[in-house]
Ligand binder design. Structure first.
Ligand code: ZN
Length: 501
């Protein structure tokens, strides 16, 4: 059962990060790979450098690409809300110590319109749920509209004590791949089941795992709703977990460890050192929808509330309001924290699709013909137009949205090739591409596969897509080094980033 010593804030913190940090050197690798930095001007709020922002955005766009399949639609919500909203949600009462407050104009005596008085006190959001409740309540909802699934990548702030701040894991500002599902009581099973599949697919993609699923059930004495409501919900969660067991995933029960407002499922990931990290959470919530007076119209509301169906015509003829259930869910959890885990997991050897350093082009010397050719190779490999494309009437044309260039680097300095190669290896570029005078002539590049985690994928693309023959390839165990036509190299990279390995 829930211990009395647990801070009340934990009750309102469905995705609390209470587990230990990943091994400390995500910070060292983060610096080596120029992912992020921190500043005493904003303790606990990482500043992402271009490389870190690239990985961060890749993670977000990866999830965005999955959202349509799982029925999520992205929303954009405010960072600050008035105190009165936090009173409605219960945060002001239970979570205020962990929130940053923000003062509006009225409180300093400058009155503006009707927004005056003590309600000029704002709180910086520690979570997205209240905003999503406002969105749900902004329209009249019918049972036919449910489930409604909102996703949100907003920045969140939690006023953690400064002593504990570090790297990407102990932060005051972070982003979740947050989502809220508003559903009918009868839809819990389907939603949990689909969320668990989503989780499985994502963790398999990053080759993370194995992970454990832990169900926390009704606390002994302090909870809202009826025992029957809890039993029905927990029954659906167990059924969804049983399906996962069929797929070979372990699950267990933490009896009585649920929050007072609903049962939850935690995803506990074991890292390569055997350490456990809580990442994803799926939390049911019977309370928040009540606090916000959320409702939808349904026939036979008495049955609807219990998640049951009736065929009684007279009952079906009467519609009435029913309170939806909210499912809070995050797949990666905190993007910052997940990035730290990945840095550890890949030890700086990112798969090409996610890598902030997929390739670097090194020139054999700084001869102008060679450096000019190297620049052209970079443009081609990055998939980018170096200057804006122009229309026939000399107007700049836009790129397609969704286009991201591959961040291919270049080193045209006069330093020795040996030194340049050594440095590139230290920086863990996936590929080192060398060009010299002979390549300028033959329109070729010398590609060496470096830090790509899965050599087999690279090999099969070279053979099947590029048509590289056996005798062009080095024998097994040797470094994968080969001469490619410039266009082949570009084709190879574009194919490789379609793979997650
Ligand atoms: Zn939430």
């Amino acid at each position: 059962t829930r211990s009395k010593s647990q801070p009340p804030s934990a009750n309102l913190n469905p995705t609390a990060s209470t587990l230990p940090n990943p091994p400390a050197d995500h910070r060292e690798l983060g610096i080596a790979q120029q992912l992020f930095t921190t500043s005493p001007y904003s303790p606990g709020s990482p500043l992402f450098q271009p490389n870190g922002a690239y990985v961060f955005n890749k993670l977000a766009s990866f999830l965005r690409a999955q959202y349509p399949t799982y029925g999520f639609r992205e929303v954009i919500t405010p960072n600050i809300y008035k105190k009165s909203l936090w009173e409605t949600s219960g945060h002001w009462e239970n979570y205020a110590d962990d929130m940053f407050s923000v003062t509006g104009r009225g409180a300093s005596g400058q009155k503006e319109g009707a927004e005056i008085g003590e309600d000029e006190e704002f709180g910086l959001k520690p979570m997205n749920c209240p905003g999503h409740c406002l969105l749900f309540a902004s329209e009249k909802r019918s049972y036919r509209d449910l489930p409604i699934r909102f996703a949100d990548f907003s920045a969140l702030h939690r006023n953690e004590v400064s002593g504990s701040l570090s790297g990407l894991t102990r932060v005051r500002r972070f982003h979740q791949d947050d989502g809220h599902i508003f559903c009918r009581p009868s839809q819990i099973l389907q939603e949990i089941s689909s969320t668990l599949q989503f989780v499985g697919m994502v963790y398999d993609t990053f080759s993370l795992g194995p992970y454990k699923l832990v169900l926390s059930t009704r606390p002994k004495d302090h909870y809202i709703g009826t025992p029957e409501e809890w039993d029905r919900a927990e029954g659906q969660l167990k059924q969804a977990l049983e399906e996962q067991a069929l797929a070979g995933r372990q699950w267990s029960i933490n009896e009585g460890d649920g929050a007072f407002y609903g049962p939850k499922i935690d995803i506990i990931l074991k890292d390569s050192d055997g350490k456990e990290h809580q990442t994803a959470t799926i939390q049911l919530d019977f309370q928040l929808p009540q606090r916000f007076n959320l409702e939808y119209q349904a026939p036979a509301p008495e049955y609807e509330r219990r998640g049951e169906i009736t065929t009684d015509k007279a009952l079906l003829d009467t519609s009435g309001p029913v309170t939806p259930v909210i499912v809070h869910r995050a797949i990666l959890g905190s993007l910052e924290r997940f990035m730290a885990l990945l840095v550890e997991h890949y030890a700086g050897r990112w798969p090409c699709w996610l890598s902030p350093r997929p390739a670097i082009i090194l020139t054999v010397n700084d001869d102008p013909a060679v450096t000019a050719y190297a620049e052209a190779v970079r443009t081609e490999l990055s998939g980018r137009a170096q200057t804006p494309q122009l229309s026939r009437r000399n107007k700049a044309l836009p790129q397609q949205p969704g286009f991201t260039e591959l961040p291919v680097d270049i080193d045209t300095s006069a330093r020795s090739l040996g030194r340049k190669v050594r440095e590139a290896k230290e920086k863990r570029y996936n590929h080192i591409v060398v060009v010299g005078a002979k390549d300028v002539e033959a329109d070729t590049v010398q590609v060496e596969l470096q830090a790509q985690p899965d050599r087999e994928v690279a090999l099969s693309i070279l053979k099947q897509v590029i048509g590289v023959t056996k005798d062009q390839l080095p024998t097994e165990g040797k470094p994968l080094k080969l001469e490619l036509k410039r266009t082949q190299a570009s084709q190879y990279l574009q194919e490789l980033i379609k793979n997650f390995a």
